[in-house]
Design a protein around this ligand. Structure first.
Ligand code: ADP
Ligand code: MG
Ligand code: MG
Length: 883
């Protein structure tokens, strides 16, 4: 097998640019080379080598050495320079590159190939001794840090002292001799810290760096990132070795990063930052303030330093042409890294750019309208989960705000929370249910877990392409970066700004769309649902087969869900209606009654209340199917606790407190989840279900009368295990329906069905379907009962289970396809065999989870039902599942 793939100078061994084989960076370097873009020549060591390296106890396959030599020869052939040649040395960068971009991997090493001999050659050929010695000291510093993993603080300290000794303030004041002297000190430091001299053999340097890239795949940081982002450990990383180009050879040289469209808003305008006479990651490191790419952006920001468009018009024009070419080639918005060496443009990286949900929507809709992609592709391009960001409220523009300062609008959305100054505290407080804003001078990959736990991120340093900004956008967290006027003292837990102090635990609000930072919590407003969002949703609706309903029991939730496009109610939980303070006494009276007569007296009080609930809901859902679940929870959930509550019930029921307490004690259960609940209540006390059914049909008749649009009630019996249970309960419902229809002189179309939430019901679905007219898979309980895991108690061990790979994902979040999924499939098949065309839906939390929705599509359910805010997510996910 081949391990090394060359690119550049008319060669592109990678063929179709396979990311799995070459990693993202390598595949696209190869891709750019293949379409004739100026890419410094190089080669990629493929990702499978990473696994081979670990399998062989951290050593390389036999044939790799020769292949790498061939790769170096390829670069030498094109550049005319020789690796390790003291007269005209070839320098290379060594870059990691997994399939997806991954913080935590080894940082890039630049200028590799410099040593005591080649530095002189570089000085000679470039005619710039200062540049050569500066490059050498940068190389030693980087190599010592990322490959040898020595304490980089010591190197920075040495540089600071060197400047101080000479009375300099800036690196730019250091001359050739100064850098040369520092190189001497750096080498001594390496000897001291590493116990060996800095490697002078360029091949040792190269293999050291290659080993370090593969070694970093198993670093803690990389593992944490993989866990948070569901990236499999066996993918491995590739290594890219590439000829150096220099952005630090004077004022006609530069380095920069750019997006082909605005990654925050999606606007079709080039967007980026660059630095003249700079190398590598100087732009993102925040050492110097970068300049704007375009004149328009510079003017909008009111900044002085010339944009690239103004400072280097010809190279800029060339770059802009490359942007267009790349967008057409990859058919997506690109995130690009480039360097200009003495007026010549070089492309160093391109990839699909990370973007906010808002930008993702706009770019998908725009690109489809531009004809660059199809409508199907546009629908597939937007991550349903990311819509969440758009559906939630933003800051009320009219609300008063106490603005502390302003930074860069790095990732949109608004968030309020308590200030914390480190990632561990953020994680701890968030776990305790607090909303927090993580405030840092700048963030690094070590902060990822805290960023994840926080509602929002605020940094004092760093631009729009800083670590904080990029990661926050990817996670969908609001972020304000580079708020330079913040003086952060994390140790003391204090932040000073504009003469004021904010302490750890104080509440602030950040607006990632404007960059504003405010003291206190600022109220929010509802999002805009028209525009690009509306367009994409229409396209999605045209592609999906699954219907989308909502889980809702208040008129407000029903309205929200309808605005979000719900096509009915999949689950209306009637018990929630009973907790209302005005009703709870009657509910308690019903529960604690000693006989049917006592219960009926209490139920008579509840009937009009329950009817008016349904009237309101049916009015909102006019003409749409509404699945209403009859009473489900264990009765003891409603029991009185306090003396006053007992007294109130006693008065209402005309019973004494002692009797009530005895009755309450009788109702105690050891395992209520598996106790007297669901249809078992209806079997014991049919009058409860009778009252609820009556309320449903009276309300339906009333709404039909008033509006002419009759709802379609689907009366759902919970926790059925046997055919007989359902048969008994259906008789109660049907009898109530007939009675109401006779009284009102009209009939309403309705169905009686059941929730499938017990394994026995799934197994016996064939005979249950003889009675039930629909099934709704109650996957919350079905997961609990199938796995034998209580959702409320799973927290203490389920994370470990997921970490150890026992379950791929939390089975309460994403359906356990192999187990619970098999029961669903079997029940669906058996139900359909008895009653062809039986209506099938899902109403657990899973109804809003894209992966679970894909499963529902695969077993041909009729609809999914999700909470109101997840309805659009479900619509999009259903379309994607169908495509
Ligand atoms: P990351 O994955 O962190 O973006 P890269 O491998 O892209 O790391 O390297 C970071 C930066 O180093 C690049 O943006 C570029 O500025 C610089 N760099 C990498 N390779 C070269 C090279 N061959 N010549 C000049 N600069 C390079
Ligand atoms: Mg990096
Ligand atoms: Mg890069």
């Amino acid at each position: 097998t081949r391990y090394v793939y060359r690119f550049g100078g008319g060669v592109s061994d990678g063929g179709k640019g396979d990311k799995n084989l070459l990693g993202g960076k390598g595949a696209n370097l190869d891709g750019m080379a293949s379409i004739g873009l100026p890419v410094p020549p190089g080669f990629t060591i493929s990702t499978p080598v990473c696994a081979l390296y670990y399998d062989a106890g951290e050593s390389f396959p036999e044939s790799l050495k020769a292949e790498v030599s061939g790769g170096i020869a390829h670069i030498e052939g094109i550049t005319g320079k020789k690796f390790g040649d003291a007269a005209d040395p070839l320098l290379v960068s060594v870059r990691s590159g997994a399939r997806v971009s991954m913080p935590g991997m080894m940082d890039t090493v630049l200028n590799l190939g410099l040593n005591d001999a080649t530095v002189a050659g570089l000085a000679q050929v470039s005619g710039d001794a200062r540049f050569a010695w500066d490059s050498y000291r940068r190389f030693i510093q980087m190599y010592s840090d990322v490959v040898l993993e020595l304490d980089h603080g010591r190197f920075e300290e040495a540089l600071e002292i060197a400047k101080e000794d000479r009375g300099y303030h800036l690196d730019t004041e250091m001359g050739a001799a100064d850098w040369q002297a520092l190189v001497g000190e750096y080498k001594a430091l390496v000897q001291e810290l590493w116990g060996k001299p800095f490697p002078q053999d360029v091949h040792d340097q190269l293999w050291g760096a290659i080993g370090a890239v593969f070694g970093s795949w198993q670093s803690e940081r990389a593992k944490v990132y993989r866990r948070l982002n569901d990236i499999p450990g066996d993918w491995g990383t590739a290594v890219n070795v590439q000829a150096m180009v220099f952005g630090n050879m004077g004022d006609t040289s530069a380095t920069g990063v750019a997006f082909t469209r605005d990654p925050a808003t999606g606007e079709a305008a080039y967007y980026g930052e660059f630095l003249i006479n700079a190398q590598g990651e100087d732009v993102v490191a925040g050492i110097r303030t970068p300049q704007y790419l375009t004149k328009a952006a510079r003017e909008r920001a009111g900044a002085k330093p010339l944009s690239m468009e103004e400072a280097m018009p010809e190279t800029y024009a060339e770059l802009a042409a490359v942007f267009d070419l790349l967008e057409r080639h990859y058919r997506d918005m690109q995130d690009i890294e480039f360097t200009v060496q003495q007026g010549k443009l070089w492309m160093l990286q391109t990839r699909s750019g990370k973007r906010t949900a808002k930008a993702a929507l706009k770019i998908a809709v725009d690109m489809a309208s531009e004809g660059l992609i199809t409508q199907e592709e546009a629908v597939l391009r937007v991550d349903p989960a990311a819509l969440d960001q758009l559906l939630h409220p933003t800051l009320d523009p009219k609300a008063p705000r106490d603005v502390l300062t302003k930074g860069l609008p790095a990732s949109p959305g608004a968030a309020s929370g308590k200030v914390v100054f480190d990632a561990d505290t953020a994680e701890k407080w968030a776990a305790a249910g607090e909303k927090v804003i993580l405030v840092r001078v700048e963030t690094s990959p070590e902060d990822i877990h805290g960023m994840h736990a926080a509602q929002g991120i605020l940094t004092a340093r760093g631009g729009m392409t800083s670590h904080a900004a990029v990661v926050a956008r990817g996670m969908g967290r609001p972020c304000v970066s580079g708020a330079g006027s913040l003086a952060i003292d994390g140790k003391a837990g204090i932040l000073r700004v504009a003469g004021r102090e904010v302490k750890q635990g104080d509440i602030v609000t950040i607006d990632g769309a404007t960059g504003e930072v405010m003291l206190g919590a600022v109220p929010t407003v509802q999002p805009e649902l028209a525009g690009d969002f509306g367009t994409l949703m229409l396209w999605a609706d045209a592609k999906r087969r699954l219907k989308v309903r909502t889980n809702a029991e208040t008129p407000l939730d029903c309205r929200t869900a309808r605005e979000f496009g719900a096509e009915g109610i999949g689950l209306c939980r009637t018990e929630h209606m009973f907790f209302d303070s005005a009703r709870i006494t009657a509910v308690r009276q019903m529960i604690l009654a000693e006989d049917e007569a006592g219960r009926r007296a209490a139920l008579a009080k509840l009937l009009p209340e329950q009817r008016s609930d349904f009237v309101q809901i049916f009015e909102v859902m006019a003409g749409l199917p509404c699945t209403i679940r009859l009473l489900d929870p264990p009765l003891h959930e409603f029991l009185p606790h306090e003396e006053a509550e007992f007294a109130e019930v006693a008065a209402a029921a005309g019973l004494d407190v002692a009797t009530l307490k005895r009755r309450a004690a009788e109702l105690h259960e050891f395992n209520p989840m598996l106790g007297h609940r669901g249809c078992r209540l209806g079997v014991s006390y049919p009058e409860i279900y009778e009252m609820q059914a009556r309320a449903i049909f009276e309300a339906a008749c009333q709404v039909a009368e008033e509006t002419g649009a009759a709802p379609v009630p689907e009366v759902m019996i919970p926790l059925v295990a046997t055919r007989k249970e359902l048969e008994l309960m259906k008789a109660v419902v049907d009898k109530a329906a007939q009675a109401v229809f006779a009284e009102k002189g009209r009939t309403i179309e309705y169905l009686v069905g059941t929730m499938i939430e017990l394994p026995r019901a799934a197994l016996r679905a064939g005979e249950i379907a003889e009675v039930g007219e629909f099934f709704s898979f109650g996957t919350n309980d079905l997961t609990q009962t199938t796995l034998g895991v209580s959702r409320d108690d799973a927290g203490s061990f389920l994370t470990t289970y997921v970490e150890k790979g026992i379950y791929a994902r939390d089975p309460f979040v994403s359906i356990d396809v192999e187990g619970v999924g098999e029961l669903i499939k079997l029940a669906a098949d058996r139900g359909r065999a008895t009653r062809p065309g039986i209506k099938l839906g899902i109403c657990g939390e899973h109804g809003g989870d894209p992966a679970s929705i894909a499963f529902c599509e695969s077993v041909d359910l009729d609809y999914v039902s999700a909470s109101p805010y997840r309805v659009p997510i479900a619509r999009l996910a259903a379309a994607q599942a169908a495509l």
